[in-house]
Design a protein around this ligand. Sequence first.
Ligand code: DPP
Ligand code: ZN
Length: 873
Amino acid sequence: PQPVYLSDYQPPAYRVTHTELTFDLDPAATRVKARLLIERHAKADANAPLVLNGEHLKLISLSIDATPLNESAYQVDAETLSIANVPERFVLESEVEIAPQENTALEGLYQSNGMYCTQCEAEGFRRITFYPDRPDVMATFKVTVIGDQQREPVLLANGNPLERGELEGGRHFVTWEDPHPKPCYLFALVAGNLHSVEDHFTTMSGREVTLQVWVEQENLDKTEHAMASLKRAMVWDEQAYGREYDLDLFMIVAVNDFNMGAMENKGLNIFNSAAVLTHPHTATDAAFQNVEGIVAHEYFHNWSGNRVTCRDWFQLSLKEGFTVFRDQCFSADTNSAPVKRIQDVSFFRTAQFAEDAGPTAHPIRPDHFIEITNFYTLTIYEKGAEVVRMLRNLVGEENFRRGSDLYFERFDGQAVTIEDFVGCMAETSGEDLSQFMRWYSQAGTPDIDAHGEYDYVHGEYHLTLRQRTPATPGQPDKLPLHIPVRMGLVGTKSGQDLTLTLNGEKIGKDAVIHLRDDEQTFVFTDVAEAPVPSLLREFSAPVKLHFPYSREDLAFLLTHDSDGFNRWDAGQRLALLALDDLIAAHRNSVEKVMDSRVVDAFKTLLNGPISDKAVLAEMLTLPSEAYIAEQQPIVDVDAIHAAREFVRQSLALALREEFVAIYEANVTEEPYAPTPEQIAQRSLKNVALSYLMSIEDEQGLALCEAQFSADHNMTDVRQALTLLVHSDRDDLASPALKSFGEKWAHDPLVMDQWFTIQVSRPQGDVLERVKYLMQHPAFSLKNPNKVRALIGAFAQNRVNFHRLDGQGYQLLADVVIELNRLNPEIAARLITPLTRWQRFDETRQVLMRSQLERIRQQPLSPNVYEVVEKALA
Ligand code: DPP
Ligand code: ZN
């Protein structure tokens, strides 16, 4: 397979102004008729052939302006249909046949649980009909769906319904019209035996919108939260961005088999059921919050993605980075803002940093790719969002809003580039953002080495920042970036933020300094007392900040920093220093000794006044093994696990009374609600329980069992079950697992959790368990959620996946090889843990590479090929 390059971009020679489609549904032989109004682009060569994309299509007929084309007039290969001589303006009609029931790739039109649905982003539409499948071709659509009245009573497509009626042979049809020009990746169709919950929304200009969430009958009681989230998102986008909904109908459909989380098809969002269905008994707090965020994300795409879309797929972050940023702000406004930031950054620094440091590292705007589905990554999405956040902070909130207004207004109905977006921000703010643009083209995470010195004599603080971005594949040399560093100086005597004076100018107690060169020294004057610097507040840039903090400094910041995020981060840094010592002790077989400063810090937290329970729960949570691993030059999974367990147990032993008190103070009999208050309470209580269970004493076990049996809500039940299964008390875990599995055998989303809990157990022969569960009737390799819940979760199980006999790697490779045939997109994603082989010891490196080599021996999809080649390069 050959890569495509951004630098080769050419505007389309022909555009489609209007698209009419008729689907005659059949599992094995769906007929798709297309009637396309096509025009040659004014600047295009008059002899330019018409080239349409099309894959896995059986061509039945083809005509231009109602004249059938004979076979010599066109050429078809596995990927395209070309017609050499076409008029300047014409109607192209085609009919093709496709087989939705055989489509296991879940791209294009496929079947899930008997219902028909589509996924066209990025390049799935070419599996539906011959078409210029590229986002810069935007057309209005009229779509007729014909199905069986019994099997498919509900027939949905984008836009507003226009007409419906009965046909012969028990068939019926519905015609839909979408007046907004859109690229074909936003096309959607759903047909099946579905039921809906309906609600209404009045937009700020008074437009009445009908809202529907479509699900299978048994899930009707799981839609309330998604609907409420949608309404909140609609209000928020009006207030925060002045964006209003633009059709009479907005639909969300839940489907079980879905590669991604959800899809923002115009007026007809299709969701992975895991990203929409919730019920207190089946979904955890985290799932409720995830649903809220994803519903909002897809809704926000209506403007950032649909009304204004991407010129080409290299610009993917234009819509995704911006939309993730928008959904992050929404969730922060709706829930606990500091906790949202802590959770996002914590995930980002673990997973995106790893991606940016590995063989698949790529810029937010890649310059080439083989398979675009491999680029729906943490870099495009999450780092893209961090860059938009930096932009907002650089130009200020007001200019940012004026910039986004300008962007939406100027480019409405167009397919544009990242320059167009950043250009609007530069225009409204007057800022020079040219250096800032490097964030979009340079891969890798910048390291910032910071160094500070207090000059008592002159009352000055000298802060030196040095930036360096490591080489990434294809980018050996990096240029300095424009990095906004939000900071304060916390006086060690007063415990307060000191007023900052830089270059003779007072800039406040909390300010942003701009690092643009490789190295810069900032001299703060009138610094009356020795400070501890608080740097990169709220994680103001996606960088690794190194500052030689002492443990005393960190303990001080933990209690005194005015920035909640950095208070949390100080705790994480303090724990990491202690963990470093313990990892070394484990490796050298020396007795482990707990750092009393960490215990004291936790004690202070537990006994202090509690202002925000959700933040406290985060502060009491140790860095994950994956994040600890990120900090190590060579990852020693066993030492990391042992060290972290030692800290957990030491804290539990030293602070047992406190944890019990916290637990008891936060038990509630209130009916479940996913409110920030209740969620905070539960997370605090469940953190306490996990400490108590780390020592498995009688009291902890009793609380855990009682919490499981009380069966109050899934958050509590899942935590209790996880802790039991991950303990050494198989006598308690086995019956709990069994009863849970039996109780929920009918609910696929709960069974996914049941799989994950078992295969993420750190000890025991989990590999055997994985193999056994792969035979379970609730498991299927064809369902991406199952694959993620069982195989994906196992590959995150650090100790067990990385076992020294290599069998964990082998199992993953076996699954990748099989999925490569069924669903290349999911197969390619699943390889990720193996691509990180450079991070491990020699023995594991050899084992991981040998599995990558084994995969490479197979006939591969372009998706898997691209990832494996990079991993072994
Ligand atoms: N465009 C989708 C999303 O991120 C991905 N399928 O919302
Ligand atoms: Zn998105």
